[in-house]
Design a binder for this molecule. Structure first.
Ligand code: TXA
Ligand code: MG
Length: 313
């Protein structure tokens, strides 16, 4: 349990929020859509603490908030179509899913290991001030506990996450009360992933299939090799990802720290995927706290590959 402070939006609240973000902690801050739970997107452990606070039993890629198009271009490949949309709709409630730029500083937990990243430039002054004060891209899903509805007032955040986060910045009710529109920009054109306040007319014209609901993304990262779980030792042809006492070829956390393990998860999986052994084994991970989300993702990684399950490498 932590003491949750509620501060009215202003210079003092933003300074305190920036201090907490720099310390690797998530803070609730309003955007023009819903209140977000923001953390430094370049710090994997800080991103893991978002999941820990939300009590979410699974990892999904998160939206990263940036100050402007220039900061977006540091993290993602912005082609002409994306630039055009950004110039029209940013700042505002449009999220663009773009290819991750080589050498991007975003933590792999933010993209859940995917080669794409979701970016938006928010218009709310509180989130904009926080982006300016920290100088960091900020990952921020809605500031509610897992399974609860998205918060449009500071009181909603307190009711849901009070005692689990250090600070809520209060700027009254949000303008849209609905999460941003999400559009994937790729070589095949634009694809609507989540309808929202901005209507690009995509559902009717260019979206071929059913809309992917958030949390049901077809494109989850999974290694291209068989994965064995609950392994206490490696077979000769296995690359062992360790945890705590189980020392492996690599480790999610030598000290058995679950937040550290969550932050390292996708990097260790990618590394194992690229190693010169045909199989991957993973040490047992306790199923408590954020360990449940780690185990959810490991079970998906270990599920046999089925046709129709897209594999992202
Ligand atoms: O209005 C909003 O967008 C709010 C406020 C706080 O800004 N934020 C929000 O973030 O809704 P979040 O992290 O909960 O949105 C996550 C959704 C995922 O469920 C998925 O649909 C999509 O964003 N997403 C994120 N990264 C993606 C990726 N690489 N590929 C496809 N979809 C992605
Ligand atoms: Mg949400």
């Amino acid at each position: 349990m932590v003491q949750t402070q509620l501060l009215p939006y202003g210079p003092e609240a933003i300074a305190e929020a920036a201090r907490l973000i720099r310390a690797g902690l998530p803070v609730a801050v309003p955007t023009e859509t819903v209140y977000g739970l923001a953390a430094d997107a370049t710090d994997g452990a800080a991103v893991a603490r978002i999941y820990e606070a939300k009590g979410r039993p699974a990892f999904n890629p998160l939206i990263v908030h940036v100050r402007d198009l220039d900061q977006a271009m540091v993290l993602a490949e912005v082609d002409a179509a994306a630039r055009n949309l950004a110039e029209i709709y940013w700042p505002g409630p449009l999220t663009l899913v773009l290819p991750v730029r080589n050498g991007s500083s975003a933590a792999s937990l933010v993209t859940a290991g995917l080669p794409t990243i979701a970016l938006r430039v928010p218009s709310h002054p509180a989130m904009r001030d926080l982006l300016a004060a920290t100088g960091k891209p900020l990952a921020a899903p809605s500031a509610n506990a897992s399974g609860r509805i998205s918060p449009t007032r500071a009181e909603h955040v307190l009711a849901s996450l009070g005692g689990r986060i250090p600070l809520v910045v209060d700027a009254g009710p949000t303008a849209h009360g609905l999460e941003s529109t999400i559009v994937a920009v790729g070589p095949e054109g634009l694809r609507l992933l989540r309808p929202g306040p901005i209507d690009l007319g995509l559902a009717a014209s260019t979206t071929p299939g059913p809309i992917e609901a958030p949390g049901q993304l077809a494109s989850h990262y999974a290694p291209g090799k068989p994965v064995r779980l609950e392994a206490s030792a490696a077979a000769a042809d296995e690359w062992l990802i360790g945890f705590g006492e189980v020392r492996g070829d690599s480790s999610l956390s030598g000290s058995g720290d679950l937040v550290e393990a969550a932050a390292a998860l996708f990097e260790r999986l990618h590394e194992a995927d690229g190693a010169d052994r045909p199989r991957i084994a993973v040490a047992p991970i306790p199923d408590e706290g954020i360990g449940a989300a780690i185990n959810d993702r490991l079970r998906r990684a270990a599920a046999p590959l089925r046709p129709g399950r897209p594999k992202v490498r």
